[in-house]
Design a protein around this ligand. Structure first.
Ligand code: 13P
Length: 340
């Protein structure tokens, strides 16, 4: 365990003005995204699309790292450079999704536990050799009638903590991602309660497995109203509730918290991050690790056509730039109008 490397990587992941691109969609999720633009999902079309994003000129100003899927870490640019090496040369840290997905949790109807601990140390050692310096593990917490159960929160927190300890041993910074889903008709108050219970369990488990918070990054969901809740919390309320939960639960030793977008509209995800960074001084950096909220406009502009590669890159660069502005609370809605 190289503590100096872990510290350096964690600090670089949340460097000022930069955030992470989550491009670690499994092939199944990629298929869903590609279907929405009428593109066939093959190993080559996935390589083309990821290549478009990574080779966007200037995006390294706004990106500290990219979360990759196993297949992508083994793929190359059109010039034959492995994607991991290509990103590292641009000063963008390659990361890797290592969980094996959320599976049904026995005896807990409607709930999931994330698997992937089998052979994890061996896989992490290989990923380190391939250039990955951070990893991601996503747990899923669903809000519904009488759920989440204590079992679900406990099982996921312990899996996250075991993963984190294995990452530390491999000198790879673990992103701890307990996502409270926004699907459902629950209120923002209920989301706050569940988010707080989930994070509390995660940090208790991390301590139990000796995973030092200094060498972890939290990937959190924001405290928002359920997608189908008739009363939707506004931007400032989301920012206040989210920061309150984080202050109650996340050790000050954690270098940074990055948010997932979770199905929020692109502009709203940016506005929420901006509002949180306007709240004043906090013990951790607050940044982004968006998937859909960074990629959706690029995907729409690209449509799988090589003639649209520049349009796709422009759309991607535009969102990356605005989220970078939200890192310092200097984003304004007017910036959306600037030509993308
Ligand atoms: P979204 O921003 O699309 O939620 O993706 C982030 C992510 O990595 C989910 O695990």
């Amino acid at each position: 365990m190289d503590k100096a490397l872990l510290s350096k990587t964690a600090a670089a992941m949340v460097a000022k003005g930069k955030g992470l691109l989550a491009a670690d969609e499994s092939s199944g999720t990629c298929e869903t995204r590609f279907k929405s633009i009428g593109v066939e999902c093959t190993e080559e079309s996935r390589r083309n699309y990821r290549g478009l994003l990574f080779t966007t000129p200037g995006v390294e100003q706004y990106l500290s790292g990219v979360i990759l899927f196993d297949e992508t870490l083994r793929q190359k640019t059109n010039d034959g450079v492995p994607f991991g090496d290509y990103l590292a040369r641009k000063g963008v840290i390659p990361g890797i999704k290592v969980d094996a997905g959320a599976k049904d949790l026995p005896l807990c109807s409607g709930e999931k536990v994330t698997e992937g601990l089998d052979n994890l140390p061996r896989r992490l050692a290989e990923y380190f050799k391939l250039g990955a310096r951070f990893a991601k593990w996503r747990a899923v917490i669903t809000i519904g009638e009488r759920i989440p159960s204590h079992t679900c929160i406990y099982a996921n927190a312990h899996a996250l903590a075991r993963y984190a300890a294995a990452c530390h041993e491999a000198s790879i910074v673990p992103i701890i991602e307990p996502e409270v889903l926004l699907d459902g008709s629950h209120t923002v108050e209920r989301c706050e309660e569940v988010s707080e219970a989930t994070l509390r369990a995660c940090y208790a488990a991390l301590a139990a497995y000796s995973a030092a918070p200094e060498y972890t990054i939290l990937k959190a969901s924001m405290v928002v109203s359920g997608k189908h809740c008739p009363k939707q919390a506004g931007v400032d309320e989301v920012a206040e509730r989210t920061v309150r939960v984080l202050k109650h639960t996340v050790p000050a030793a954690v270098p940074g918290i990055v948010f997932l977008s979770g199905g929020q509209a692109d502009e709203l995800a940016t506005a929420h991050l901006n509002a949180m960074n306007k709240l004043g001084s906090l013990p951790w950096q607050l940044s982004f690790s968006y998937g859909r909220a960074l990629q959706a406009p690029a995907l729409k502009a690209w449509k799988g056509e090589s003639v649209n590669v520049d349009a796709g890159r422009n759309a991607f660069l535009h969102r990356a730039k605005l989220n970078s502005a939200a890192r310092s609370g200097s984003y304004t809605a007017d910036m959306e109008k600037a030509a993308s």
